[in-house]
Write a protein that binds this ligand. Structure first.
Ligand code: UD1
Ligand code: CA
Length: 448
């Protein structure tokens, strides 16, 4: 069965009370619409068609042009009208059409795969996802006849008191036989509300003697549409739970899953322990046997094996094996700490390489610098890399000892094995194996 997907995302989402269209609100760093797109892609061989309308250009810009097609629904005349907008792109191109919503990010690929199987075996032009819940608010009700066949869907606003009580609800996810769908969409009547309801197709199929096949979703949260920021937070919590569970089952210890947030693209090695209030964001890779957190945010960074990082913020950094960071360290873009580096409290490193075994224990800023191996950075050391116009480089060669509170006024180089005295302001290069101190620092004598 060749299946194509249509994702409805033209609505404004008034109840979000936002300048942003609803489907662009983020869940774990991705717009909610991208979750619907991924799920649809997992069951279809062709790029899904996203029906956009409200702030269409913004939605398109944020989601991008890769692997999706867009169609603009100028006036939002209902779900049936929305699906019909995709006809010119899909007619004659697929045997079956999956319809889902852009505001249903918890819907699992497995559920869609199951639906596709049910549809393939079934003899109806419609397979529809239903959900049984006591909280019926906002859902169309599934009306069945005495023999249990689906007769139609009645929208909440149009129910009789008896229909209002029905607890079997229309999730809003369907698979249609493509030819049947394109043939019947133009026949949808205008509802009393002035909309074309996609749900009226279910009644048409019953009238033709081929009633829709309902498939009940296992977990009701999968079909919750996001309408408010309360729902947004609930959905993020559920996505977080799923991701954390997956990592725990693959060998990662998460001490407090409720306060640990792992974005979908992060990767974590076996026997790593994540302590509370830890965030792993973007394209982050953590090795094996690390201890991360508590209170740590790591974004778009690579961390090797056996590292310990506590109460720190790490962005765009590379950290090799057995590095020990924090508490209260900040690594920024281009920070590269080689194996065995120790970076203690209140340090900041930006666009710099710290060679193997180098130590900076306390209150230091290292920017645009290249440090060799086994360098010791004394407390309070600053690379003065910015002269108001340019960022200038600092080079500190192997085995250098930088005394406490040294200012290294870049561009400057401290030669291999040299030492600076406490409080030095280094404005000129220091040759290898010498001692320099003072303001400005002068070379006093060579070291043995
Ligand atoms: C719809 C169903 C209802 C079902 C419910 C499940 C209809 C008529 N009713 O109701 O049976 O229980 O979903 O959540 O289909 N959209 C467009 N263009 C439009 C109208 C809607 O793109 O012209 C999009 C919306 O942005 C949204 C989705 O379609 O993502 C659903 O629309 P919505 O108005 O929320 O439908 P409901 O009234 O909730
Ligand atoms: Ca809705």
């Amino acid at each position: 069965m060749d299946l194509s997907a249509v994702i409805l995302a033209a609505g404004k989402g008034t109840r979000m009370k936002s300048k942003l269209p609803k489907v662009l609100h983020q869940l774990l760093g991705r717009p909610m619409l991208s979750y619907s797109i991924s799920a649809a892609r997992s069951v279809s061989s062709t790029p899904p068609v996203v029906v956009i309308g409200y702030m269409a250009e913004e939605v398109r810009g944020a989601i991008g042009e890769g692997g999706v097609l867009y169609v603009v629904q100028e006036d939002q005349l209902g779900t049936g009208h929305a699906v019909s907008q995709a006809a010119p792109l899909l007619q004659g191109k697929a045997d079956a059409i999956l319809v889902t919503y852009g505001d249903m990010p918890l819907l699992r690929s497995e559920t869609l795969r199951k639906m596709a199987e049910v549809h393939e075996k079934g003899k109806s032009p419609i397979t529809m996802l239903t959900v049984k819940m006591d909280d019926t608010h906002g859902f169309g009700r599934v009306v069945r006849d005495r023999s249990g066949g689906v007769v139609r869907i009645v929208e909440e606003d149009h129910t009789t008191p008896e229909e209002w009580e029905i607890r079997e609800l229309n999730a809003g996810v369907y698979i249609f036989d493509a030819d049947w769908l394109w043939g019947h969409l133009p026949r949808l009547p205008l509802s009393p509300k002035g909309e074309y309801y996609l749900t009226d197709l279910v009644g048409m199929a019953a009238d033709e003697g081929v009633p829709a096949i309902p498939m009940t979703v296992d977990a009701s949260e999968e079909v919750i549409g996001i309408n408010t920021r309360v729902h947004l937070a609930q959905a993020e919590k559920e996505l977080r739970r799923r991701i954390n569970e997956r990592w725990m089952l693959s060998g990662v210890t998460i001490v407090d899953p409720d306060t640990t947030t792992i974005w979908p693209d992060a990767r974590i090695g076996q026997d790593t322990v994540l302590y509370p209030n830890t965030y792993l964001q973007g394209e982050t890779v953590i090795g094996e046997d690390c201890e991360i957190g508590p209170g740590t945010l790591i974004r778009d960074s690579a961390v090797g094996n056996g590292c310990q990082i506590r109460f720190s913020v790490i962005e765009g950094a590379t950290i090799e094996d057995r590095v020990d960071i924090g508490p209260f360290a900040h690594l920024r873009k281009g920070a590269h700490l080689a194996q065995g580096v120790h970076m203690g409290n209140f340090g900041e490193v930006k666009n710099s390489y710290l060679g193997p075994g180098t130590k900076m224990g306390h209150f230091s800023y290292i920017g645009d610098a290249t440090l060799g191996h086994d360098v010791n950075i004394g407390a309070g050391t600053i690379t003065c890399n910015y002269d108001g116009e340019r960022k200038n480089p600092t080079y500190i060669e192997d085995d250098v000892f930088i005394g406490s509170d040294t200012m290294l006024v870049a561009p400057v180089r401290v030669g291999e094995g040299s030492k600076t005295g406490a409080g030095s302001v280094v404005t000129r290069d220091i040759p290898p194996r010498s001692l320099a101190y003072g303001v400005p620092a002068k070379v006093k004598r060579p070291l043995e």
